[in-house]
Ligand binder design. Structure first.
Ligand code: GDD
Length: 339
């Protein structure tokens, strides 16, 4: 058998679902920088409205190969896997807003569980050597019986989103055990950045601060200020995803900072950084409370540290400041020149 041409040997092919989101965009950058050929699955509407829906992909867009497909259609997932023949597949796409999962349990469960199942089944049939990453979530711990939570902590999800992630986690584990797929799950705690969607509380707060500074708004309505989360920087969390797939054996890993803060502390830090007192602007809104809340999440990433050599770098205050600065710039304010 002759040697493969150099260009075929030099780069691995990665397939990312959810490439247009916060994590997908950081992961796409990381993989391109490491010489991968990066393919992404996107909804057809995203290709029709690139300025809006592909905005996070910015400078890397010309280097990506995007495929229109739907996680709700096995046929379309099967087609893309057949075309791409990936070496690594990162399954990040989901209905990922916990609050919305209470409004529409059916579509959350369908998209999140079927989408994972379709992808695993297609890989098993068409690319069984492909390494698979499943985006698990600390929401799987839900009403956790211990803190911090690690890979052995029992799951007690509190929303259909959390339930869908537990199902995806077990599907991933089952494809690993039953069919020998190199399939790993990251149990990622909350991870934020200036690319976070506006519906999530951190970005809602930092964008709210910027709007108030710019005189475009006078208050910020929030729900449960006492919920506590372990917030890290998304750019660092995608490194752990990649590291998981470089291990000889597939496994599951918690990825977290080990520190937790309340929503109130996040608001306080963001408003204070802008020279404002959050108590003047934040208005409690009972409609924003969830029917079942996850009160406290704090992760123990000891295994990821030991096995992957992964560690977080960005601290809480630094994360808050980076997000406030970015949102202020977006409304034309330099923080040093706050009126
Ligand atoms: N979104 C939102 N909006 N959350 C609020 C608000 C508000 O106005 N007010 C208080 N909160 C509280 C929520 O009740 C929750 O306890 C906390 O802020 C964080 O909410 P989100 O930022 O929406 O994130 P999440 O923790 O529910 O879920 C995120 O992290 C998971 C990992 O643990 C999402 O990214 C999930 O997809 C991810 O799996």
């Amino acid at each position: 058998m002759g040697l493969l041409p150099l260009f075929q040997m030099s780069s691995k092919r990665a397939l990312i679902t959810g490439i247009t989101g916060q994590d997908g965009s950081y992961l796409g950058e990381l993989l391109l920088n490491r010489g991968y050929e990066v393919h992404g699955i996107v909804r057809r509407v995203a290709l029709e409205d690139p300025d809006h829906r592909l905005s996070r992909l910015g400078g890397i867009l010309p280097r990506l190969k995007l495929h229109a497909a739907s996680l709700e259609s096995f046929a379309s997932i099967h087609r893309v896997v057949h075309e791409v023949q990936p070496d690594e597949c990162y399954h990040l796409a989901a209905q990922s807003f916990v609050s919305y999962s209470f409004d529409d349990e059916f579509s959350t469960l369908n998209i999140n569980i079927d989408g994972t199942h379709f992808l695993l089944a297609a890989l098993r049939a068409l690319a069984p050597e492909c390494r698979f990453y499943f985006a698990g979530s600390s929401e799987m711990f839900g009403l956790a019986e211990e803190a911090p939570q690690n890979e052995r902590t029992r799951f007690h999800p509190r929303s259909s989103y959390g339930i869908s992630k537990v199902a995806g986690f077990h599907l991933t584990q089952n494809y690993r055990e039953a069919y020998g797929l190199h399939a790993s799950s990251g149990i990622l705690f909350n991870h934020e950045s200036p690319r976070r969607g506006f519906e999530f509380v951190t970005r809602k707060i930092t964008a709210g601060v910027a709007r108030i500074l710019a005189g475009k708004s006078s208050e910020l309505r929030l729900g449960n200020l006492d919920a506590q989360r372990d917030w890290g920087h998304a750019r660092e969390y995608v490194v752990a995803m990649w590291q998981m797939l470089q291990q000889s054996e597939p496994d599951d890993y918690v990825v977290a900072t080990g520190e937790c803060h309340s929503v109130r502390e996040f608001a306080d830090a963001a408003f204070s950084y802008a020279g404002l007192d959050y108590r003047r602007y934040v208005k409690p809104d009972p409609d924003l409370f969830r029917p079942a809340e996850v009160n406290l999440l704090r992760g123990d990433a000891g295994k990821a540290r030991r096995v992957l050599g992964w560690t977080h770098r960005t601290g809480f205050e630094e994360l808050v400041r980076e997000m406030v600065d970015a949102d202020c710039r977006a409304v034309g304010i330099e923080r040093g020149k706050i009126p």
